[in-house]
Design a protein around this ligand. Sequence first.
Ligand SMILES: CC(=O)N[C@H]1[C@@H](OP(=O)(O)O)O[C@H](CO)[C@@H](O)[C@@H]1O
Length: 407
Amino acid sequence: MTRNEAEEILKEHGQEHVLRHFDDLSAEAQEGLLTQISEVNWDDLALAGVQEKVPVGEISPLSAVDIDEINARRAEFEEAGYEAIRAGKVAALLLAGGMGTRLGLDKPKGELNVGINRTLYLFESLIHNLMDVTSVAGKSIPLYIMTSEKNNDETIRFFEEHDYFGYPKEDVAFFVQEMAAAVDYDGKLLLEEPGRLATSPNGNGGWFSSLKKAGLLEDVHKRGVEWINIFAVDNVLQRICDPAFVGATILSGKVSGSKVVRKVDAYEKMGVLCLEDGKPSVVEYYEMSKEMAESTDEKGDLLYAFGVILNYIFRVDKLEEIVGRHLPVHVVEKKIPYIDEAGNLIKPESPNGYKFETLVVDMIRMMDDNLPYEVVREKEFAPIKNLHGVDSLDSARELLERNGVEL
Ligand SMILES: CC(=O)N[C@H]1[C@@H](OP(=O)(O)O)O[C@H](CO)[C@@H](O)[C@@H]1O
């Protein structure tokens, strides 16, 4: 994009301020800024301050394959899962674009040390969880790691430095999540440096399109991968490519599966699986009505009892079918560092603008069906969202120790 083209498009959208420092920039920075401008999604920006209206259908409860049923059929599920894994049909995909900022760590979140008397990085722990499966299967599993512009180089450096924690390097591929520009409350694009728009990762809904854009779908096909198990970096206890989960999903004939746990109470901060117009769908905790959150059956149990733990399996052919479809954009208020008119860097203490994200939970709605698969939360759910309190480093350490992991 040339400067003139940039000027024109910025003018059209009332964003001329973006070129304020342009003449003072190096040629390289000018080039970088023009590229960023050409990548701005103007449709998203138009949503500043309004949540895109996603038509909500008729919501009804959805039950899961529960722990009793899983235990009764575990051997059968595991056999089917291991068979697919040994045939090379299953890959793992780690969502790791985030930084550890909220945990006081100015590094990729996966570099958090969860150890106490020894070092145990989040990344390391997740790799070990995956290796529990590959060592029994006698077969390596391709691992795709989604990073972001903010942490990609450092993440790769970290894996190199630690020799991939013993995982076969040739089976690991990194790719970068796409970014989205952020705006202030007036819908104006923010700059994080005189020559750079403030951007942030575009939400976890973009994982498959980013994988495709990075050219890794070819690798997926070349290896004969038919299923991808995506999982979040923050849950240190989770099982990855769990053979029973993989097998149960395959045997169900469904195109996707979600690991779920029973919520501790109506307001636990989790997305909840339900049926929407008869199809599986996830409603996020901050979008759930009080009525939906609190409704119970005749025994007094929550009707919408199963929360997703951000560990899903998807069939690749179905992902390819839906990849071009529009995912709703979620507008999220955030604290966004920016430079003011005088060029000073401001780090706001409270939210000052909007970021635009698509969410993987909306992909569930696009799948024709989904198998909710219940797991024991004390064994598989220890998300680290904060340092202390609920869903924190403290609570995760306690759960790790209870599961026999020495810290
Ligand atoms: C968009 C998305 O995937 N949100 C996930 C994710 O939410 P957070 O707001 O990041 O905590 O993790 C939760 C589990 O820890 C899960 O229940 C929820 O659905």
